[in-house]
Design a protein around this ligand. Structure first.
Ligand code: NAD
Length: 427
């Protein structure tokens, strides 16, 4: 089939490459000519494991085309995926301006009937709005809502082995056509109405965020009563009704999805006359966790002015270079404002962080350089490589030997045996 993808960010590019790998001919559209030039050459425009190899392979097979011209792309294809960003507005609602702009462009430029599939995370009713905008064009459009569930860092794996593919449409035959694009995948394909698909995405992300905030509340209690949150979480997770996922206590969630989607669901509820009480607490707890780590550092160092603090990990999670809503970024801003000297390191997210924070930190070449001369190290991202660092070497190079493990990835016993003061979350 011939498919166009509007927006080649994390969702759009992974979808474009994945659909090409399934044998479709795909046109990817991005507004930035520089990014298009890179993509045409098979160069990565962000870090995502496994993506580069498939990008190059499908370019070679001539199944992938990239350009800035939306009209050319959509008029070469039968299916159009909208994969643009939907960032939060000040009031917590989702900013739909990119979705509207792209839909208006489709309405203006389309010279044929099209199936338009929304993959962006959008409030309930957006597909209806898209239908209305497209009525301005004389051709026939079928609008489908197929929200994306990929995880950054595991996006390629999730494309091919996702838990479900959700397809919402008014017309079940159209939904089946979209499901057939993924016929080669064993992924469970669920067909629903438009509103149900749109809400399922928000409900899923808000539930996962709730699990994280819940275990962070348990962690607070653990610290008060002398229990260990890792063991509590493990014990809880043995119950199949609960499962072990998203029960890691720590610095709280970040990223481009959970923070904005929880706020958006709260906003959607409010505009529908419903007070979604749990979500307020989920958001409050998450903000508190970041501050908790900062306050633990303050308690250890006393006055922060003139102290040297290291932040290991800048991305909002491991295996990505994405720093949107990353706890590490807030920490660097807070320490820098308090007059501390901040040293920072992340293998993949360093360039993005440098661009954003400029001279608020000293950007190190490796974790050893970042920790050298420091009084306190904070682990802010769960990069597996941090677990296997030569921590005795790090200890020797530090002025004061304190570690705050914001992701609970190190062993307290091991760190204490090495001579560190180890501070985890809830243990
Ligand atoms: P992103 O910021 O990485 O990419 C968005 C892309 O849209 C960018 O390439 C941008 O240039 C492009 N764009 C914006 N306006 C455009 C326009 N008018 N014309 C053409 N291109 C335009 O965002 P993302 O992370 O890929 O997320 C996209 C959507 O998918 C969001 O709604 C997000 O909530 C949702 N989502 C994201 C993830 C994730 O993990 N990143 C997972 C599931 C769902």
């Amino acid at each position: 089939m011939k498919i166009s993808i509007i927006g080649t960010g994390y969702v759009g590019l992974v979808s474009a490459v994945g659909l090409a790998e399934l044998g479709h001919e795909v046109w990817g559209v991005n507004r930035s000519p520089e990014k298009i030039e890179k993509l045409k050459k098979g160069q990565q425009i962000f870090y995502e494991p496994g993506l580069s190899k498939l990008l190059k392979k499908n370019l070679k097979k001539n199944r992938l085309h990239f350009g800035t011209d939306l009209a050319e792309a959509i008029n070469n294809t039968d299916y159009v995926f909208i994969c643009v960003g939907t960032p939060p507005k000040k009031d917590g609602g989702a900013d739909l301006s990119a979705v509207k702009t792209v839909t208006r462009q489709i309405a203006k430029e389309a010279k044929k009937n099209l199936i338009v599939i929304d993959k962006s995370t959008v409030p309930i009713g957006t597909a209806r709005m898209v239908q209305d905008i497209l009525k301005k064009n004389k051709h026939k459009f079928e609008v489908v809502s197929s929200p994306e569930f990929l995880r950054e860092g595991k996006a390629v794996e999730d494309f091919f082995h996702g838990d479900r593919l959700l397809i919402g449409a008014d017309n079940k035959q159209v939904a089946k056509k979209v499901a057939n694009l993924y016929a080669k995948l064993k992924t469970h394909k669920m067909i629903t109405g438009l509103e149900t698909a749109e809400l399922t995405k928000y409900a899923s992300n808000a539930f996962l965020a709730t699990k994280i905030s819940f275990i962070n509340e348990i962690a607070m209690l653990c610290e008060k009563v002398g229990a260990n949150v890792e063991e509590v979480a493990f014990g809880m997770g043995l119950d199949r009704r609960i499962n072990q996922y998203f029960l890691n206590a720590g610095i709280g969630y970040g990223g481009s999805c959970f923070p904005k989607d929880v706020k958006a669901l709260k906003h959607i509820s409010k505009t529908n006359g419903f007070n979604f009480k749990i979500l307020e607490a989920v958001l409050d707890v998450n903000v508190r966790q970041r501050k908790l780590v900062f306050n633990k550092a303050k308690k250890e160092l006393g006055a922060l002015k003139g102290k040297t603090v290291t932040v290991l990990g800048l991305a909002f999670k491991d295996n990505t270079d994405d720093i949107r809503e990353s706890p590490a970024i807030d920490l660097i801003k807070w320490f820098s404002k308090a007059g501390s000297k901040v040293k920072a390191y992340d293998r993949e997210a360093q360039e993005n962080s440098k661009e954003l924070l400029k001279d608020k930190a000293i950007w190190s070449k490796n974790p050893y350089e970042a920790c050298s001369g420091s009084q306190l190290v904070i682990i802010a991202t769960e990069w597996p490589s941090f677990k296997t660092l030569d921590w005795s070497k790090i200890k020797r190079s530090m002025k004061k030997k304190v570690i705050i493990d914001g992701k609970n990835i190190l062993s307290k016993d091991k760190m204490e045996k090495l001579g560190f003061k180890y501070i985890g979350i809830g243990k």
